[in-house]
Design a protein around this ligand. Structure first.
Ligand SMILES: *Cc1c(COP(=O)(O)O)cnc(C)c1O
Length: 466
């Protein structure tokens, strides 16, 4: 064994102890870590002939790289839709690295850690009150979840013409209908060879809505003259957290032949609360659903899952199987994640979610969801009392707002960039119904009313200096 590796091996406990302490110090101080910084590095460093060993590498990391870290797991990082990481989720994440299992099979001599993934998916279905008619699997994010679901939808579409697109490529134009797709779904259309421009936009409901207009959807369906199509619907649009009407979509399935996909990356968690579960009523009728865990479940990054109805397992296997690797055996008899998802080698990605669900239970997540939504409303009210206006009603956890008055439109970006420069809060710019706006998303389990108060004070100050 290489001598430095040998030294690290002998010193393992000490190395992990130092790392643990560093983690504790960072997280215990997270309220004071800035949400933005302008520190930079020259991202080039010499690859030494002789290694430094872990302890010296940690020192270099702390000197050069750690200052790049912002408080993205902290309570006032409200940009995008960014969750934090709960203690239990970090336990699961750390242990996933320690155990380093290649999570593929449920019955194989080389390891059966996929059973843990089955168990975690089952817990998630219970949390979200979804039936176990879905097969679920973990991927890195909602983008990959959308990719997986739409990949299977593509195969389904071909089958309606007796064709196998996975084997032979796309030979029929694929009809996609959608109203307010997340940009990642559009990217998936590009990745899947469908074409990122090749979708039909369904109108949204009149007024201040992003949900699809069912009457217009039916109009657009009729122009397809009975041809099959794929519907990409939304459970939580990013600007205003709007939801399509799933019961109405379900009713359309009686009349028309389509694959129904729901992007519920963060909005799916509405199902956890009595107050909001009506938003997802009827969603169990979909063929496929996308849900992120690194948002509202508050686990570290690279965690999401895809749900696809078990009745479509053959389409899923046709799309993702490693068909030229005979040692895999019959994919139906010998279930293996590498034949139903994009990745082959996979870490034990379910573990952070498993720990979180066991540690906090239904009530823990209900509290996180309801705390986030209450804070969103609280923040919205404070905005109105100060010199801001809401661009859309607050339905769930996202607040879309702008500076009051048409004349201030040109100042929005300057305001936001000065606000983000304070390092006290981070929000993202948006454009909503032709207006420049700002979006604050409440997802982090740590956020409290005091954070909202502090942010409002910062906002007033930045406004007064504009
Ligand atoms: C965040 C988000 C995505 C993309 O998710 P990643 O985890 O960043 O890949 C897709 N759809 C919706 C609705 C989202 O909010």
């Amino acid at each position: 064994m290489n001598s430095i590796l040998q030294h690290d091996l002998n010193n393992f406990e000490n190395i992990l102890e130092k790392t643990k302490q560093q983690g504790v110090d960072f997280l215990n101080n997270i309220d004071n870590v800035p949400t933005s910084n302008s520190y930079s590095i020259d991202p080039k460093t010499v690859l030494n002939e002789l290694g430094l060993g872990s302890i010296e590498a940690l020192k270099e990391f702390n000197e050069r790289l750690a200052p790049l870290m912002v408080s993205s797991p902290g309570p006032r990082y409200w940009g995008f839709v960014t969750g934090g990481s709960t203690p239990a989720s970090i336990v699961g994440d750390w242990l996933a690295s320690v155990y380093d299992q290649n999570t593929q099979a449920v019955k194989a001599q080389g390891g059966v850690s996929a059973l843990i993934e089955f168990e975690t998916i089952n817990l998630l279905l219970q949390l979200l009150e979804l039936p176990d008619s879905f097969l679920g699997g973990f991927v890195t994010g909602a983008t990959m979840s959308n990719f997986t679901a739409l990949g299977v939808a593509r195969q389904w579409f071909g089958k309606q013409f007796g064709k196998d697109f996975a084997k032979n490529g796309i030979s029929e134009p694929i009809n996609i209908l959608t109203a307010t797709p997340h940009s990642s779904s559009v990217k998936c259309l590009s990745l899947l060879g469908i074409g990122s421009q090749n979708y039909t936009v369904v109108k949204t409901i009149e007024g201040n809505r992003e949900a699809l207009d069912i009457a217009d959807l039916e109009e657009k369906i009729k122009t397809l003259n009975g041809k099959p199509f794929i519907l990409i619907s939304s459970a939580g649009t990013v600007n205003t957290a709007d939801f399509d009407d799933f019961e109405a979509i379900e009713a359309l399935k009686e009349k028309y032949n389509f694959w129904w996909h729901i992007d519920a990356a963060f909005g799916g968690f509405a199902a956890v609360s009595e107050k909001y579960k009506q938003f997802v009523k009827g969603w169990e009728g979909a063929e496929s659903i996308t849900i992120d865990c690194h948002k509202w479940l508050n686990v570290p990054y690279e965690s999401a899952f895809v749900l696809i109805k078990k009745e479509h397992i053959n389409l899923q296997i046709e799309t993702f199987q490693n068909s030229n690797a005979p040692y895999l055996g019959n994919p139906l008899e010998n279930f293996n994640y590498l034949n139903v998802l994009p990745e082959n080698s996979r870490r034990l990605r379910a573990l952070p979610a498993w720990f979180s669900l066991k540690a906090y239970g239904k009530e823990g997540f209900r509290d996180i969801i309801e705390n986030s939504t209450a804070l969103a409303l609280h923040f919205g009210n404070a905005l109105i009392e100060n010199d801001f206006e809401l661009l859309a009603p607050i339905r769930l956890n996202n607040v879309c707002f702008t500076l009051k008055g048409e004349q201030n439109q040109e100042k929005v970006n300057e305001f936001l960039s000065a606000l983000n420069d304070t390092g006290k809060v981070f929000m993202t710019p948006t454009v909503y119904q032709g207006k420049k706006g700002i979006r604050a998303s409440f997802v982090n389990w740590r956020t409290r009313e005091d954070d909202v108060k502090l942010v409002i004070e910062e906002m007033r100050e930045v406004l007064s200096e504009l």
